[in-house]
Design a binder for this molecule. Structure first.
Ligand code: NAD
Length: 374
């Protein structure tokens, strides 16, 4: 790996964000919370726009994020309100993460899922279109945006969009919307001539890390059960997922955002951020490792009657490796270990300040390890 290239970019990334006004939608959620905190550490002024945290407990309250950023309670389906915030705060960069992100909930509420994920994205892009201060947008979608062929190869950025369930197809639609906005309103061939807006989408797989209490997600489900001394229930023990620590794709989004800021033309378009092949574990392997790290616990399999979920899902992230110098730093054991450490602190009743400090420490450690090329 070309470590020097990556190290150089790490410093460049920090320089890009320092002093910038960055709007993050979905900052009360798991990934948006980590990203907002990371951006403040890089010296950005963060404006968060989202509904209330999606779970109790949640990262946003656990680390007292409200005191560190400008917190705006708002719905991405409410275009007028969203636009008024863009006009008021004049962001220079936007990371769009607000979404209904759960496959199973999307079966129960397809309409709400499509409204939030698709029209929410349209509204964000419309607000961007009418706010000239914005020069960079990273739209966060999902690895589930691809037409899943249940094959062993990783999906590439140019593979067809699809999605069998409402959530996955909504993310495929978000990608199509983003591509249409790029071509219609921010065409790359006109970049630097008639407009200065660089738009990209980021597709990552399942992420794990402290502070996620999302429903029907493996690590939160395990931690919830373990903290109550209950048995963990597995739905698809043999499902393969590309696991990675939350800081990995977020680091990719930051790198991408910085690239878009510095050289928009080169970085517009779609990007995969996935783990290495070694970190593609089955659900059962992950649960065994979590139980080992926690120190005790057990699980049982209940696989009947659950709605369809994709079994094979892998990303090919060669583009991010070659053009952004991005790759993952933590293997799955390290990612699980950091996550379980975080949850342990939480369940031990550590204070908001202590959890904030430890969360910030995990970000600082991640950046330091990248700097050292560990
Ligand atoms: N967590 C994962 O493993 C994963 C994997 C792939 C993609 N993603 C994507 O990453 C993004 C963030 O996911 P997450 O895991 O942090 O989810 P999350 O549920 O923890 O957070 C979702 C955020 O969106 C906000 N939100 C929901 N509906 C909204 C609305 N109508 N208006 C404004 N805000 C609204 C919530 O308040 C919250 O801040 C999503 O776009 C998701 O699809 C997540």
């Amino acid at each position: 790996m070309n470590e020097n290239f990556f190290r150089k970019n790490n410093a460049e990334v920090a320089a890009v964000y320092r002093g910038k006004t960055v709007l993050v939608t979905g900052h009360t959620g798991f990934k948006g919370g980590w990203l907002s905190l990371w951006l403040t550490q890089l010296g950005a002024r963060v404006i968060g726009y989202a509904l209330d945290p999606p779970s109790t407990p949640n990262l946003f309250d656990a680390i007292g994020l409200q005191e560190k950023i400008t917190h705006i309670l708002g719905d991405v389906r409410d275009y007028d309100h969203l636009l008024s915030i863009f006009h008021l705060d004049q962001p220079e960069m936007v990371f769009h993460l607000a979404a209904q992100p759960l496959v199973r909930l999307s079966y129960q509420d397809p309409r709400g899922t499509y409204e939030t994920n698709i029209m929410g994205t349209v509204n964000v892009l419309e607000a961007v279109r009418h706010t000239p201060s914005v020069r960079v947008v990273v739209n966060v979608t999902s690895d589930k945006c691809y037409e899943n062929r249940e094959w062993v190869w990783g999906y590439r950025e140019q593979d067809p969009m699809g999605g069998r369930d409402p959530y996955s197809s909504s993310k495929g639609c978000c990608e199509l919307v983003t591509a249409a906005y790029l071509r219609s309103f921010f065409p790359p061939e006109q970049y630097g001539k008639t407009h200065g807006m660089a738009l990209a989408s980021a597709r990552a797989g399942n992420v794990i890390g402290g502070g996620d209490w999302g429903k029907d997600r493996l690590v939160p489900d395990c931690v919830r059960a373990l903290s109550r001394k209950e048995e963990i229930v597995l739905r698809y023990p043999q499902s393969i997922r590309p696991w990675q620590h939350v800081l990995e794709p977020l680091g990719g989004y930051l790198l991408l955002g910085a690239g878009l800021w510095q050289d928009g033309l080169r970085y517009v378009g779609s990007w995969n951020f996935g783990p290495s092949d070694n970190d593609v574990w089955t659900v059962e392997e992950v649960v065994r490792e979590i139980i080992r790290l926690w120190g005790q616990g057990s699980y049982r399999v209940e696989s009947d009657g659950h709605p369809h979920e994709a079994h094979w899902l892998k990303l090919d992230w060669s583009k991010a490796r070659v053009h952004l110098g991005w790759h993952t730093w933590y293997n799955i054991q390290a990612a699980l270990s950091l996550s379980i450490d975080w949850y342990r602190l939480f369940y031990a009743g550590d204070s908001k300040e202590e959890l904030y400090r430890r969360t910030a420490d995990q970000i600082a450690l991640y950046m330091a390890e990248k700097d050292r090329g560990v």
